[in-house]
Design a protein around this ligand. Structure first.
Ligand SMILES: [Cu+2]
Length: 164
């Protein structure tokens, strides 16, 4: 095995742990929340960055932990209450833009869970692109409090980094 091959393999492994980089598309800060036993739905969140010069469309997703993955958004219903709505046309990310999936907006709904999502476990989710290869992700499951602590820690790390 050539040195070059070893280097490219190890950098691949690194990318898998810190995020997933594909040609022109970058998924960062992906997370999911733990579920209670018997719960049939879960959710997954992430930030999808389009580093290319073409519009990217995520048209669907799959996961081995559930029957199907639906793309949802949050919308204000007639009564003024925020409700989830299924997105039919997928997610569009313009060149140079980032789309943040969160519990306040777009998210992936894991429908028909086969298993309880347990804190610190990684679940697989594959994003289907309209063009280009699918994006295979490993998404860490957090408790609600655990995710908060995780992001707070990241904020601290950022703010304690040397200022330029
Ligand atoms: Cu939903």
């Amino acid at each position: 095995m050539s040195i070059r091959k070893i280097i490219s393999m190890s950098s691949c492994a690194m990318l898998l742990t810190i995020g997933s980089a594909y040609a022109d598309i970058n998924v960062i800060d992906s997370y999911s929340y733990e579920t209670s036993p018997g719960m049939r739905v879960g959710a997954a969140f992430m930030t999808i960055e389009n580093t290319g010069d073409q519009i990217e469309r995520i048209v669907g997703a799959t996961s081995s932990v559930c029957d199907q993955v639906e793309i949802h958004t949050m919308e204000q219903g007639e009564s003024g209450v925020m409700m989830m709505r299924k997105v039919k046309d997928g997610l569009e990310i313009k060149p140079g833009e980032k789309l943040v999936l969160s519990s306040q907006g777009y998210h992936l709904m894991l429908v028909g869970l086969h298993e309880t999502l347990v804190e610190n476990k990684n679940i697989d989710v594959t994003l289907e692109r309209e063009t280009g290869e699918p994006i295979a992700l490993k998404i860490q499951v957090f408790s609600r409090a655990g995710y908060k602590a995780h992001t707070d820690k990241k904020e601290t790390e950022k703010s304690s980094a040397p200022q330029e």
